[in-house]
Design a protein. Structure first.
Length: 231
């Protein structure tokens, strides 16, 4: 679903404070017990939280032989590869509150790294989810860019991965993700809410969160703990 920016802001305000577990509960309340949570293999690089709307892209394994070249000739071929085979057209379309979700066919390749993740954030991306690898992870953590992936990878893209499509339905971590779906991610993983369910899921998730906060607040008082933003 194509949300306007004002609609996106309204929905994100409704989600304020919700954890992945709260949204997971909201999905249960709508009868989606079996759906929405990505594989436990989808883990954050660092203890980040991010919430936004899915911008999807799909990449598949490279299925051609690599050229028998090295040095300057390899540099020339590599430039051709990035200009024609492993392209990133979706990155030029990123807007505020987009949450790129990338089906990388679970390949151990660094499609995203410290440079292009920053480019996306500059365009409005709130974080990234990749069904596959990510590289330059020390720098991504230093740059405080929220990133969830199934693998950490060293290799570059050449002769390993190729662009297939974007802005369509994809599989990511066992979940069918459609552009415009709500994507929530934190230390407990990633959950995806179909766009047509967002308001109902958020309603029930908020009720569960408030009940949990009230119970935990009482325990804080009983234990003499100073309150924090979670209660």
């Amino acid at each position: 679903m194509d949300w306007t920016q004002s609609q996106r802001e309204e929905l994100l305000n409704l989600c304020a404070g919700l954890r992945v577990t709260d949204i997971r509960d909201g999905m249960d309340w709508m009868g989606y017990h079996h759906y929405g949570s990505m594989s436990p293999d989808m883990r954050p690089l660092w203890r980040a939280r991010a919430l936004g709307f899915a911008k999807t892209a799909r990449y598949i394994p490279y299925d051609k032989p690599r050229p028998n070249v090295t040095g300057d000739a390899y540099t020339e071929w590599s430039n051709w590869y990035y200009g024609n085979i492993c392209v990133y057209p979706w990155m030029t379309e990123l807007e505020k509150y987009d949450f790129p979700v990338i089906d990388m066919s679970d390949l151990t390749v660094g499609l995203m790294g410290s440079n292009n993740t920053m480019e996306g954030v500059r365009s409005g991306a709130v974080g990234y989810v990749a069904y596959g690898g990510v590289r330059d992870t020390d720098e991504i953590i230093l740059q405080k860019i929220p990133f969830w992936s199934t693998k950490i990878a060293q290799p570059m893209d050449q002769a390993r991965i190729q662009y297939e499509s974007h802005n369509g339905k994809i599989n990511c971590g066992g979940v069918c993700v459609t552009p415009g779906d709500l994507v929530a991610a934190d230390g407990d993983g990633v959950v995806v809410v179909p766009s047509e369910l967002i308001r109902d899921v958020v309603k029930w998730a908020s009720r569960e969160m408030q009940a949990d906060r009230a119970a935990r607040r009482k325990l804080y008082i009983d234990l003499g703990l100073p309150p924090d933003e979670t209660v």
